[in-house]
Design a protein around this ligand. Structure first.
Ligand code: CTP
Ligand code: MG
Length: 242
């Protein structure tokens, strides 16, 4: 049984302000001395259980820093088959993996957002260990901590929503290749892979993670991600000399 990672990275980062004239897509913004996407790819490439890491780029991507990424090693493969939506990018990536590897029906694919740079090897290994050989797969997630409000029009509270049993989904999300491709073909409108599996009646396992595995969505998220990465000491603190 093999494990592979698939990293969709064909978005533009519109909530980051990309539409307001910023040329560089979110995944290439500088973060702790590297392009944002480097951090997630580095953690996945450093996980011994993962046989290969596939990154899905937009076909017209001109910003992929190939030389810098080559240092991550031969397990990193680039697929230029990104789609209009995240689900389409993942679906195309799953098909692209078959073109490179042949049939991998029962092997595992860990789908991870390029925009979650604070992943570490321990989180990946916990997911793999806790999912085991459960065909429903699983995902990293955190129980909702805050009180939830349902918003009425005009930004006022309509009601408080019980948070019991509610979790925030993160990535990686881990499923068998064939089942995930079937699920995404059945439910192409989903925003994460677990939703696609749910639409087939499967119940993926929630594996407790921590909020440090945040997704960089808005400009202020970059500062938090930078702080988390530097506080792990893998990246030395910035000095007066830069
Ligand atoms: N993604 C993708 N293909 C798309 C859209 C998104 O591969 N058509 C990827 C992004 O590059 C990112 C991940 O899916 O790594 C999570 O998406 P998100 O954080 O929403 O990134 P963007 O879609 O780029 O940002 P936004 O929604 O703000 O435009
Ligand atoms: Mg998006």
């Amino acid at each position: 049984m093999s494990y592979y990672a698939l990293v969709p990275a064909a978005g533009s980062g519109s909530r980051m302000g990309a539409s307001s004239g910023r040329a560089l897509p979110k995944q290439y913004l500088p973060l702790a001395g590297k392009p944002l996407i480097w951090h997630a790819l580095s953690a996945l490439c450093a996980t011994p259980a993962i046989a290969a890491v596939f990154v899905v780029l937009a076909p017209d991507d001109v910003a992929w820093p190939g030389e810098e990424m080559a240092a991550l090693g031969e397990r990193l493969h680039v697929l230029r088959c990104g789609g209009e939506t995240r689900a389409e990018s993942v679906t195309n990536g799953l098909r692209g993996m078959v073109s490179e590897l042949g049939m991998i029906d029962d092997d595992w694919v860990l789908v991870h957002d390029a925009a979650r740079p604070c992943l570490d090897v321990a989180m990946v290994e916990r997911l793999i260990a806790e999912v085991g050989d459960d065909d429903a797969g699983g995902l990293l997630a955190v129980p909702v901590a805050d009180t939830l409000k349902l918003c009425e029009e005009h930004g006022r509270v309509r009601q408080t929503v019980p948070r019991d049993g509610l979790w925030q989904a993160q990535t990686p999300q881990m499923f068998r290749h064939r089942l995930l491709l079937d699920a995404l073909e059945f439910a192409p409108q989903v925003t994460d892979e677990a939703s696609a599996m749910e639409s087939l009646g499967l119940m993926p396992k929630l594996v407790a993670a921590d909020i440090g595995n945040l997704k960089v969505t808005y400009p202020q998220d970059l500062k938090l991600a930078e702080w988390i990465l530097r506080s792990r000491q893998a990246v030395p603190p910035a000095t007066a000399h830069g």
